[in-house]
Design a protein around this ligand. Structure first.
Ligand SMILES: NC(=O)c1ccc[n+]([C@@H]2O[C@H](COP(=O)([O-])OP(=O)(O)OC[C@H]3O[C@@H](n4cnc5c(N)ncnc54)[C@H](OP(=O)(O)O)[C@@H]3O)[C@@H](O)[C@H]2O)c1
Length: 309
């Protein structure tokens, strides 16, 4: 007999990542609930997403992270809660964590992380509270004894890759390219829909209970030097390479006001400090997604670059 699929509540189902989470949850036959704010229905794009998802079988529940009654009602109906709210709001998950604790029946909570591992990054004084807030949420979840999975997918493919890791650029440069540091540290890019597929696969998987799921798919791990090489071989054109040493990048970051310096901070973290890949995954703490789910197909960096030609 097939195991019953856990029911899943997604908070942030109208968002960039959240809509993919909702789609995969439905696709993998999880009874799927979305907590939706009233305002989402008045935004034409979000209303369309919600119409699509509800037609596909999602149950829409009105509520928000600030409204404890709506949270209690929603959390009571499901086995698993996944939160995909924007990073600047991660501390707004504190009420949700209290509600999950109070309701007491949640089998898995996946908080809004979906980036580099917040306890492994090495950018301490440049953090701008980005990773420290995510780490604070981890401490709260663990202190309450709530079963969790943290998803460390590293960079989304729509972030930085379309501009070949040039701050502020949305399309590949055609003449010159800036390489930060010596260009050898390796970062990881994963397409949002693939992040969602790996995330939903963890929901009923005991191997991911109280673990970090890292995504380091072969074909998706690349240094800036390699990225330029791959791009040049695809276009058949050489780019002029300008190397910006670590000290110079740090100076620019410090002189650029927040939040305009955030792209450079993320580049510094991934492609100078190597924060996506400098450490081995300890089996007591984490698991790697493509090793757990070898059947899942994903978009490689090379395939994604082909779409930019
Ligand atoms: N690794 C990367 O490169 C990368 C890049 C971007 C984001 N991320 C991560 O991905 C996660 C999701 O980010 P995103 O960019 O997908 O977010 P997003 O597109 O901004 O979507 C945010 C969602 O959260 C909902 N929301 C916000 N405040 C809420 C509240 N108080 N109550 C209920 N719902 C609320 C929004 O609902 P409404 O429709 O009502 O506004 C929306 O559905 C974050 O953890 C972020 O750090 C990672």
């Amino acid at each position: 007999m097939k195991e019953k699929k856990s029911s899943v509540l997604i908070i942030g189902g109208t968002g960039r990542l959240g809509q993919h989470l909702a789609k995969f949850s439905l696709q993998l036959a999880h009874p799927t609930f979305l907590l939706v704010r009233d305002s989402a229905f008045t935004d034409p794009n979000k209303a369309q997403t919600l119409h699509f998802l509800s037609t596909a079988g999602a149950t829409l529940l009105k509520g928000s992270l600030e409204d404890d009654e709506s949270l209690i009602k929603a959390v009571k109906q499901v086995d698993v809660v996944i939160c995909a709210i924007p990073s600047r709001q991660v501390l707004d998950q504190r009420l949700l964590i209290r509600v999950i604790k109070q309701v007491g029946s949640i089998k898995r909570f996946i908080p809004s992380e979906f980036g580099a591992d917040p306890v492994k990054t090495q950018i301490s004084d440049l953090d701008c509270n980005f990773y420290s807030r995510k780490a604070e949420i981890r401490r709260l979840i663990e202190a309450e004894g709530i079963p969790y999975t943290y998803i460390c997918c590293n960079f989304f493919m729509s972030y930085l890759l379309p501009g070949l890791v040039q701050p502020g650029l949305k399309t590949p440069p055609t003449v010159k390219i800036t390489i930060f540091g010596n260009g050898t540290a390796k970062g990881v890019f994963v397409k949002e829909s693939d992040v969602a597929a790996f995330t939903i696969s963890t929901v009923d998987d005991p191997r991911t209970s109280n673990k970090v799921l890292y995504l380091r798919p072969p074909g998706n791990i690349i240094s800036m030097n390699e990225l330029v090489e791959v791009w040049e071989s695809k276009t058949g054109k050489k780019l002029e390479k300008i190397y910006v040493p670590e000290e110079e990048l740090l100076k620019i970051i410090r002189e650029t006001p927040y939040p305009n310096n955030m792209d450079m901070i993320f580049i510094y973290s991934a492609f100078v400090k190597g924060d996506h890949t400098y450490f081995d995954i300890e089996s007591s703490v984490g698991v790697e997604g493509t090793q757990l789910y070898p059947h899942l197909e994903y978009t490689t960096i090379s395939k994604h670059l082909d779409t930019l030609l």
